[in-house]
Ligand binder design. Structure first.
Ligand code: ADP
Ligand code: ADP
Length: 239
């Protein structure tokens, strides 16, 4: 679980801007792929496509053999459950507690009658405890998200994403704006999930040094095109 096959994917935005241009990418379960490229290269567009936060214009994206570009309704929800995402700005509810933020990652919760009252099952709460333990933040369970540092907020984002028990983990600029020490902690969390749980990780990063330190494979984008794709052992710093 956790394979991704991108075939001939292009994304043209409504205003005519080409976000992605004929991308082909085959990712095996357990890879740690880092996507590098300048601002505007199409990195976020690619990640958003993999989670179907938007539709692509052309091509197919198979997650574990199922094409998410054609799925709808229940089928799409089931596929999405497999693919978790964290964001550059963390996307937490700042005035809510850490536990509430993490619990909100439980798939299928919103829209149930329980959600109107903020009721969670014992099982959900146990899973939230486990998720927070994975990122070493269990002691912040009752803390409000706004009282955490940026790095801690991103780790809460990781814990929230873990609530859906994903096979694929997408990280869109997860450490931009964090200091080097905090960056190491957040990247270390992602690396542990990759190595210990076998999650496929795909992260957009600005820094080539970070890519070299954590990736098993580096993919380069430029102007929406895939211009580089190498396993880490083949990467030379002069590339
Ligand atoms: P980044 O370079 O970190 O991906 P951007 O500044 O390019 O961030 O984009 C920030 C937000 O603005 C994103 O949600 C993106 O979808 C949107 N956006 C970027 N470029 C355009 C554009 N040309 N027209 C409309 N929205 C855009
Ligand atoms: P990156 O993540 O590498 O910075 P993006 O994927 O955000 O690049 O953007 C790729 C291109 O698509 C850029 O030219 C950007 O301005 C454009 N773009 C991104 N989001 C939107 C949007 N919502 N509407 C229109 N254009 C967008």
């Amino acid at each position: 679980k956790g394979t991704i096959k991108v075939t001939g994917v292009s994304k043209v935005y409504d205003n005519g801007v080409v976000g992605l241009d004929n991308i082909n990418l085959d990712i095996a379960a357990g890879e740690f792929v880092v996507i590098v490229g300048l601002s505007g290269a199409g990195k976020s567009t690619l990640l958003r496509s993999l989670n179907r936060l938007h539709d692509v214009t052309e091509g197919s994206i198979e997650i574990d053999g199922q094409d998410i570009t054609k799925a709808s309704g229940k089928e799409l929800r089931n596929m999405r459950r497999n693919v978790a995402m964290i964001f550059q700005n963390y996307n937490l509810v700042k005035r809510a507690t850490v536990s509430r933020n993490v619990l909100s990652g439980r798939v299928g919760y919103y829209g149930t009658w329980q959600s109107a009252f903020g009721l969670f099952t014992k099982e959900d709460q146990e899973r939230a405890v486990q998720s927070l333990t994975r990122v070493n933040l269990l002691d912040k369970y009752y803390t409000k998200a706004r009282d955490l540092s940026g790095g801690q907020q991103q780790r809460v984002g990781i814990a929230r994403a873990l609530m859906q028990e994903p096979a694929v983990f997408l990280a869109d600029e997860p450490v931009s704006g964090l200091d080097p020490k905090t960056t190491k902690v957040v990247m270390g969390d992602l690396k542990r999930l990759n190595e210990e749980d076998g999650l496929t990780v795909i992260a957009n990063l600005h820094s080539i040094d970070l890519a070299l330190a954590y990736a098993t494979r580096i993919v380069g984008l430029r102007g929406g095109k895939l211009v580089y794709d190498q396993p880490i052992e083949n990467v030379k710093e002069t590339d």
